[in-house]
Design a protein around this ligand. Structure first.
Ligand SMILES: [Zn+2]
Length: 389
């Protein structure tokens, strides 16, 4: 499917889901007003241009998980190639690339994995403490002990080739894969109920409440909740992500008073931390810069992370190389993503770094990127991600 056809397909899915939503609202006014009371803009959730663009934005805010959720049920865990129904940018064929799948390291059996990884973890902790993970200070890494340098090099190598499997990658156990599927599907239905824009800032407690009150979503099961808790509390370093945890509690909330929805984008920014920064960026760089992802609370990041994990055959390490696990996203505290209008999904690829928008940003000194080309945090290069905090 080429990009144009994909856009039409995405628009069709968006339109269909909006129709369903509007229909339900008209027959369930109690729930609608319940949403409204909690600060959600439900009355404007018809087929307006804004909500339509929200859907498209959602499709694009994580292009490596490009399949709208209705298609996800068709994804076969045993056949990763089926996870991709629109072109993946540079995604290699796993079996061709490696010959055989590496033995799965099961998250439920992390103790033995931890033992084999303890050197890595402790050395990286030291590296972080020493400050050599600072993106501008890679030269110091070369002066460290050979072991530390080796560890840092291994992480940098994985960051550069983030979308392949490595022998020490951590996979979910089969029982957790089943839980991931049911949790992900429920989160997708929840997003459909709240609207893609509102879902960005939905708190976990609100999520539980809505799931319970909307029969289309259904209450999270005890097993799903335990699984979510496990994903949120497991030390992400165990599977190779070394970024900071910026939200310590799954239930951390984003105050609706502290945020503003950026017109036409379907995304929110913090009034204090980010809005002025973004407005100035648009004034300086020009109107063809767009906000492609703003605030993402824990529930939204959880949804993106689980979708990413499923799209890479439940490889948590590989998922975390291109998407911060929930609790670790700086989108939760002020960072945001930008793109060039009209570039669509390519905004989330290295192609953005070649765009005139990016070059203007660089010339104007706006480029303070969170995840550089070579970093020891375990995250791919993201030229579109703007570091604010
Ligand atoms: Zn980002």
């Amino acid at each position: 499917m080429n990009r144009r056809n994909f856009l039409f397909a995405a628009a069709a899915v968006a339109a269909a889901s909006q129709f369903r939503w509007v229909e339900r609202l008209s027959t369930d006014k109690t729930q609608a007003s319940d949403l409204a009371v909690q600060g959600f803009d439900v009355v404007n959730k018809g087929l307006s241009e804004a909500s339509y663009s929200e859907h498209l934005n959602w499709v694009f805010d994580d292009p490596e998980t490009p399949v709208p959720f209705r298609s996800l049920n068709r994804v076969s865990a045993s056949d990763p190639s089926k996870a991709v129904q629109v072109p993946f940018a540079g995604e290699p064929n796993l079996t061709k690339q490696h010959g055989t799948q590496p033995a799965a390291q099961l998250l439920s059996n992390l103790d033995s994995h931890r033992a084999s990884q303890s050197l890595l973890s402790s050395r990286v902790e030291e590296l972080i403490e020493d400050g050599i993970n600072h993106q501008s200070d890679h030269s110091r890494a070369l002066d460290e002990t050979p072991k530390a340098t080796e560890v840092a090099k291994s992480i940098v190598e994985k960051v550069k080739n983030f979308s392949i499997n490595y022998a020490d990658d951590v996979f979910l156990s089969q029982s957790d894969q089943v839980l991931l599927d049911s949790t992900l599907n429920r989160l997708a239905r929840l997003q459909n109920v709240t609207g893609f824009g509102n879902f960005n800032i939905l708190g976990f407690d609100e999520a539980l409440k809505f799931a319970k009150s909307f029969s289309d979503v259904g209450e999270f099961t005890a097993q799903e909740l335990a699984f979510i808790e496990q994903i949120f509390t497991t030390d992400a370093r165990n599977y190779g992500f070394f970024g900071e945890k910026v939200s310590s509690q799954l239930t951390d909330v984003i105050s609706k008073d502290s945020v503003i929805k950026v017109p036409g984008s379907g995304h929110y920014l913090f009034k204090e931390q980010s809005l002025h920064h973004y407005d100035q960026l648009v004034r300086d760089v020009g109107e063809d810069i767009v906000l492609t992802s703003g605030i993402r609370a824990n529930v939204k990041q959880l949804h993106l992370f689980l979708a990413k994990a499923r799209s890479v055959n439940y490889n948590l390490s590989r998922a975390s190389r291109s998407l911060a696990p929930p609790g670790h996203s700086f989108h939760g505290i002020g960072d945001y993503d930008v793109g060039k209008m009209g570039m669509g999904a390519a905004n989330f690829t290295d192609a953005f770094a070649d765009s005139d928008v990016f070059k203007r940003m660089a010339d104007l000194g706006y480029i303070q990127i969170r995840y550089m080309q070579e970093n020891t945090l375990g995250v791919r290069f993201e030229p579109w991600h703007i570091k604010v905090v």
